[in-house]
Design a protein around this ligand. Structure first.
Ligand code: NAP
Length: 266
């Protein structure tokens, strides 16, 4: 089996990376950064986001697993002291693959025939390059609302514990193929009105944002941020592609939520 390792690049993560690489090679696995079947991410959830984007062109053939060298992560749920156990499991056991939904974001430009498409593991956010974002929100071809405010965040179920949670969005179990639209400080008064609650959209539904004011936007895709100029519309759907995680032991999602946000000592 071919493997690659993504490190957060701090001292502990780099040391674990070298050790894991040595053990896996001794077990007969082949280090291959171009076409790995399993990617070991060592660092945090942010490190796994980097690994995901590095290998997003071969999601069908790659499974991810994460060790956290800081606090417990949603994508990085193995402890540093469990590294040897994990490495033996990778080398010696058949692993279960768990698939999580992703978000597909398409940006159409005004004066160009071309469009750009991205996959997000956590979320995509949109803000205006000016102060207030003003966009029309369309759901499945029907006008839903005119949004005025700081921005909007469309997240995946596994990303619902990240930025979305800070915006008051719901935590969604990643077995549900869905996407969630959360508001960032919408303007609501007698003149301007938005629904004022996060919307959870199922598979096959489409959300389209059309600029009302200013065609230039700051868009994030997970940790990546880009200024997009002359935007005609931004489209969101639950992606057909899914991310695959290698599971060697049960660690239920709600337990990870509990241990991350409530109490990890019980
Ligand atoms: P980052 O430092 O890599 O991530 C920011 C924090 O979000 C880190 O503590 C990270 O955990 C955590 N995180 C990432 N994915 C998560 C998930 N699925 N569930 C729970 N926590 C998660 O920052 P970055 O590189 O700029 O952006 C990456 C992510 O940061 C974005 O995808 C976004 O979700 C998040 N973010 C959150 C806020 C907010 O909560 N107000 C604002 C901006 C961005 P680790 O320490 O384990 O890496």
């Amino acid at each position: 089996m071919k493997f690659a390792i993504q490190s957060r690049n701090d001292q502990l993560s780099n040391r674990l990376m070298e050790e894991a690489k040595g053990y896996l090679t001794d077990f007969g696995l082949v280090f291959d950064e171009d076409e790995p079947e399993i990617v070991l991410s060592i660092g945090g959830d942010g490190t796994l986001l980097h690994a995901f984007h590095k290998y997003q062109h071969r999601l069908q053939d790659t499974a991810f697993v994460g060790i956290h060298t800081g606090h417990l992560g949603f994508y990085a749920d193995w402890k540093p002291e469990e590294m040897e156990k994990l490495v033996i499991s990778i080398a010696r056991t058949e692993y279960e693959v768990i698939e999580y939904p992703l978000l597909e974001v398409t940006i159409n430009y005004r004066n160009l025939e071309k469009s750009a498409t991205y996959l997000a593991l956590n979320e995509s956010t949109i803000k205006s390059s000016e102060v207030t974002l003003v966009v029309d929100v369309e759901l499945n071809g029907e006008h839903f609302e005119r949004f005025r405010g700081d921005g909007l965040c469309m997240s995946t179920p596994s990303g619902s514990t990240a930025y979305n949670k800070a915006l008051g969005g719901a935590i969604i179990h990643p077995s549900l193929p869905a996407m969630q639209l959360a508001e960032m400080a919408s303007i609501n008064n007698r003149v301007f009105r938005t629904v004022g609650a996060p919307l959870v959209l199922p598979n096959h539904h489409k959300c389209v944002l059309t600029p009302v004011k200013g065609p230039d936007f700051m868009l994030t895709i997970d940790h990546l941020q880009l200024l997009h100029k002359d935007v005609k519309s931004v489209e969101y759907v639950v992606a057909q592609e899914r991310v695959r995680f290698a599971r060697f032991r049960p660690f239920p999602f709600w337990k990870r939520v509990h241990d991350s946000f409530i109490d990890s000592d019980i």
